[in-house]
Design a protein around this ligand. Structure first.
Ligand code: SAM
Length: 442
């Protein structure tokens, strides 16, 4: 069955509710809230002809004879009618509602499952806080002003997007409506404050479900997303329909040149007034050059927001069921990388200083790293390599410092891969902590 969704303006319109119980009273209240003039007729008193002149009727009598009669009368007179719980006798159905006046969200499963409709409503209720009401009203006020001033539609749209991506809802949530109003007015005036800004956002290890709520919101509203090569397609699919994607992770040029170009591009876009997300795998501040970008953006006077992400350093062992710390087994951990000058010396130092060692960017260097670790820790220290953690292609190989490189090679593990070394690895295996299949918890 297909329905045509509408919102009816029932202000001062005659409506009838049939029935005597609580449900009938609720239906009448709902219609009155919308401004309707409601007549409630008890099921004993209803006579054919009573519906004459009504715009809309709700039959909540729960009386089969009344239901039949009211349906026939309404149909003959072309009046919209809903006989409660009788889909075949409904010209309209009542949706589940999320109310953030003036914002109103109606949810319908076309009568298939009222349970799903109300479960969805509960989710939306949590997602859309109370501030969405005054926020919608504020955007409405700005819209009227812009139209009065004859601002071109394209410019209006840019302003709405700026309002949506601003901190105005945070201000409203914090009970600061006057600040929110001033902020909206400033963004709408376009008075030099063009509202451009950059968010340095962590995309997590790969599984889009591991993005933070804030990251999802920012992706949905961004004008531009400049992303690394490692960011998964599933994550990029969460960008808004008008978001422009730029892959800045392409190989080829020197790293330093690339970095300077990326920073210059971020500054350029922000100065043009765009909402820009710089999306990086894992956490932006863990081997992600987030620190350098933040420093340069701030120096250029650009508004910057940093949104942490779940680093592969944490997510990869966790996705393989390997705890990084564990009572009586490991109470310290170190994270480092296998690339760059001095990295082997650093790995040796950290291996003897921390109970658990996590090594990123290990792929090509695994053999070298493992043999250095075998010298420091002995050949039998448990070790694991996790590649493509949290993604469907995830693979885990476990062994010891002596054989892990060989085992990973034989298994054909590809990048990106993370190495974990320490007694916790054996602990995870002996407890038969299998890979955590997130789909299983869906
Ligand atoms: C340049 S570093 C960036 C790290 C990132 N900022 C973070 O916090 O996860 C890239 C390295 O992270 C690790 N890595 C990233 N994603 C991974 C994944 N899904 N599985 C395993 N390791 C991953 C690999 O060691 C890879 O070489």
């Amino acid at each position: 069955m297909r329905y045509y969704p509408v919102f009816l303006d029932l202000a001062n319109q005659p409506c009838v509710v049939l029935g005597d119980g609580k449900l009938a009273a609720e239906k009448a209240d709902g219609l009155r809230e919308a401004g309707a003039v409601v007549r409630v007729i008890s099921s004993h008193e209803y006579r054919r002809g009573d519906l004459a002149g009504a715009r809309l009727v709700v039959d909540a009598s729960d009386d089969v004879a009344v239901n039949r009669e009211s349906w026939e009368e309404a149909e003959a007179a072309g009046i919209l009618i809903n006989v409660v719980d009788r889909p075949a006798q409904c010209r309209f159905i009542a949706p589940a509602i999320v109310r953030r006046d003036p914002l109103l969200i109606a949810i319908s499963t076309s009568g298939e499952s009222p349970f799903l409709a109300s479960a969805l409503r509960a989710r939306l209720e949590r997602w859309l806080g109370r501030e969405w009401g005054p926020f919608t009203a504020l955007v409405g006020r700005v819209r009227r002003e812009l139209r009065e001033r004859g601002v071109p539609v394209a410019e209006q749209t840019r302003i709405y997007r700026r309002l949506l991506n601003s901190d105005i809802r945070d201000l409203l949530r914090a009970g600061r409506p006057e600040h929110a109003r001033l902020r909206a007015a400033s963004l709408a005036r376009n008075d030099g404050n063009r509202g451009g800004r950059v968010a340095l956002v962590g995309a997590g290890p790969g599984d889009p479900e591991l993005l933070t709520v804030r990251a999802r919101e920012l992706l949905a509203g961004a004008d531009f997303v400049l992303h690394d090569a490692l960011v998964s397609q599933g994550t990029l699919a969460l960008c808004g329909p008008d978001t422009r994607l730029e892959d800045v992770g392409k190989r080829g040029r020197r790293v330093s040149t690339r970095q300077a170009e990326i920073t210059a591009r971020l500054i350029e876009l922000a100065r043009l007034g765009h909402i820009v997300v710089r999306l990086k795998g894992g956490d932006p501040f863990v081997f992600g050059r987030g620190g350098e970008e933040l420093r340069d953006l701030v120096a250029a006077g650009v508004d910057v927001l940093v949104v942490p992400g779940v680093s592969a350093a944490i997510a990869a062992p966790s996705a393989a069921g390997i705890p990084l710390t564990m009572r009586g087994v490991a109470s310290s951990m170190a994270v480092t990388k296998a690339e760059g000058d001095g990295s082997l010396a650093r790995i040796r130092q950290l291996a003897s200083a921390a109970d658990t060692l996590v090594v990123l960017m290990v792929h090509d260097k695994l053999k070298l790293v493992a043999s250095a670790l075998a010298e420091v820790l002995g050949p039998s220290r448990p070790a694991a390599v996790i590649s493509n953690a949290t993604l469907p292609e995830q693979e885990v190989v476990t062994g010891t410092t002596r054989d892990i490189a060989e085992l990973a090679l034989r298994a054909g593990l590809g990048p990106p891969a993370t190495l974990v070394v320490g007694e916790v690895v054996a602990q995870a295996i002996s407890n038969d902590l299998r890979l955590v299949d997130s789909a299983g918890f869906g």
